[in-house]
Unconditional design. Structure first.
Length: 263
C-alpha cells in the first residue's frame, strides 16, 4: 500500500510509535502529548487548509518525535513503521452543517421582505403627496419594522410563519383602507363663524389669502368686518373657503379683509 498524503504518513508513523512504546514505557506519556499536538495540527490543516504556520508547527513536533524515536530504537521517526504494519483508520465523513432554515422558510422570509419594501415605498409616496399625514406614516414605519423584526427573528416553523404573515398582511390591508378613507376627506374644512347679528358658514377663495405657511391653521383670522351687507354679498358670491378667526398681525387682517371685499 502506497500512501501519497504526507499527513497520513505522519499519522501512520505516530500510531506505530505508540504501539512500539507500550503504555508501560517511561516515554509513553510524552509521546501522547506529541500525538495530541500533531493530530490537532493535521485536523486543522485538513479542515481549513494547510498554512505556513501549521507546517512550521508540524515540523517542530516531528523533530521531537524523531528525537524520541532515535533515542529509543535508533530509527528515524519517518522510517519507524512500514506502511503494511498498521492500518490507517478510515477518515470520518464531514458532517454537513445543520441549519434551522428550511427552503420554504427562506422563501417566506424573502416574501416578507418584498411586502415590507413595497409598504415602505407606498408610505414614502403618500408622505410626498399628502404632507398632513406625517404622524400616520411614522406609525406605519415603526409598526412595520417591529412586525418584520419579530417575523424574521422568531419564526422557526411553518405554523408561526403563516400566523405572522397573516398578521402583517391584515395590518397592511388596514393601512391601505385607512389611507383611502383619509384621502376622501376635504383638505380645506368649512368653518362656522359667529359674528353679531350673523351666524353663517364663510366660504371664500383660498387664492385671496396669504400662503398657508404664513398662517396658523389652528386659528381663525378676525376679519373685523363692519359692513355686514358686504359680508353677506361676499359669502353669496364665493363658493369655497378656508377662513381664520384671528391673526396677531392687524395689517394682515386688514389686507385679507380688503381682498375679500374686493372679490
Amino acid at each position: 500500500m502506497t500512501i501519497n498524503d504526507p499527513l497520513s504518513v505522519h499519522e501512520l508513523n505516530l500510531r506505530c510509535l505508540l504501539k512500539k512504546l507500550g503504555k508501560e514505557h517511561p516515554h509513553y506519556q510524552e509521546a501522547l502529548v506529541y500525538q495530541q499536538r500533531l493530530m490537532d495540527n493535521i485536523n486543522h490543516a485538513r479542515r481549513f487548509g494547510d498554512s505556513n504556520n501549521l507546517k512550521s508547527e508540524r515540523a517542530e513536533i516531528i523533530d521531537h518525535l524523531n528525537f524520541l524515536s532515535l533515542s529509543v530504537w535508533g530509527i528515524p521517526f519517518a522510517e519507524l513503521c512500514p506502511e503494511s504494519d498498521v492500518e490507517l483508520p478510515r477518515p470520518r465523513a464531514e458532517t454537513p452543517v445543520q441549519t434551522d432554515e428550511q427552503p420554504y422558510e427562506t422563501a417566506w422570509k424573502w416574501t416578507l421582505r418584498i411586502v415590507v419594501f413595497l409598504a415602505g415605498i407606498l408610505s414614502v409616496l403618500w408622505l410626498v403627496f399628502e404632507p398632513g399625514f406625517e404622524p400616520l406614516i411614522a406609525t406605519i414605519t415603526s409598526v412595520s419594522g417591529l412586525v418584520t423584526y419579530l417575523v424574521l427573528s422568531h419564526s422557526r416553523s411553518q405554523q408561526y410563519l403563516d400566523r405572522f404573515l397573516a398578521i402583517i398582511l391584515v395590518f397592511l390591508a388596514l393601512i391601505l383602507v385607512s389611507l383611502f378613507v383619509l384621502s376622501k376627506e376635504p383638505s380645506n374644512p368649512i368653518v362656522t363663524v359667529t359674528v353679531p347679528a350673523i351666524r353663517t358658514t364663510i366660504n371664500a377663495d383660498p387664492s385671496v389669502l396669504p400662503p398657508t405657511d404664513q398662517l396658523d391653521t389652528s386659528l381663525l383670522v378676525n376679519l373685523a368686518i363692519a359692513d355686514f351687507s358686504h359680508l353677506q354679498r361676499t359669502i353669496q358670491e364665493n363658493s369655497r373657503l378656508r377662513t381664520f378667526l384671528y391673526h396677531p398681525a392687524p395689517a394682515l387682517s386688514l389686507a385679507v379683509y380688503d381682498q375679500v371685499l374686493a372679490a
